[in-house]
Ligand binder design. Structure first.
Ligand code: ZN
Length: 182
């Protein structure tokens, strides 16, 4: 790679969190997993109800399973700011839907990793769950839903993939995993 241009090492871009509206603020590396502390980049401090600027009230924590790095599950620990409106007293928290849908346990990048693992890498759902560091049911429900969303409802999202074939492939893997040990 004689013409390669290197940039400064940056954990946020390396872990692809810039695309999820997050920035890494800390890491905790354990032998079998890693935790990444993250903050939400966009302040999101304007009141959704009356449009006035809110004041920071406190923070809440949200954990998301992320794609694994080095065969080690990565968990995101988001610090999410809560604001209170000075005018109408409305309280809200920073929007984290770029990172994951509401109430989801797996980041969008983690879901994508799982889906590509199943469809392209022929991983078992058990292996995907292990990579994400979540229960089998959690991985199965979320990855299949993501597969339906990406491959069925919007077939143009993964170019060159046959929609029906991929869907059958996902389900075939699922059945195999449930009936035999991975
Ligand atoms: Zn307000």
């Amino acid at each position: 790679m004689p013409d390669a241009t290197f940039t400064r090492p940056d954990l946020t871009t390396f872990t692809r969190l810039d695309g999820l509206g997050l920035e890494v603020t800390g890491q905790l590396l354990e032998p079998d997993r890693s935790l990444l502390a993250c903050r939400v980049v966009e302040p999101d401090d304007w009141c959704r109800r009356c449009g006035c600027q809110g004041v920071p009230r406190d923070t809440v924590s949200r954990e998301l399973a992320h794609e694994p790095f080095g065969w080690r599950p990565s968990t995101l620990v988001l610090t999410v700011r809560r604001y209170r409106c000075k005018e109408c007293s409305h309280v809200w928290r920073q929007d984290t839907t770029a990172a994951a849908p509401p109430r989801a346990k797996i980041s969008r990048a983690g879901l994508r990793w799982g889906l590509v693992g199943i469809v392209v890498g022929h991983l078992s759902m058990a292996r995907v769950a292990e990579g994400l560091g979540v229960a089998w049911n959690t991985a199965n429900d979320a990855v299949l839903a993501e597969g339906r969303r990406l491959l069925i409802e919007d077939p143009t999202r993964l170019d060159g993939v046959k929609v029906v074939g991929v869907d059958e492939h996902v389900w075939r893997h699922t059945r195999r995993v449930t009936s035999t040990s991975p």
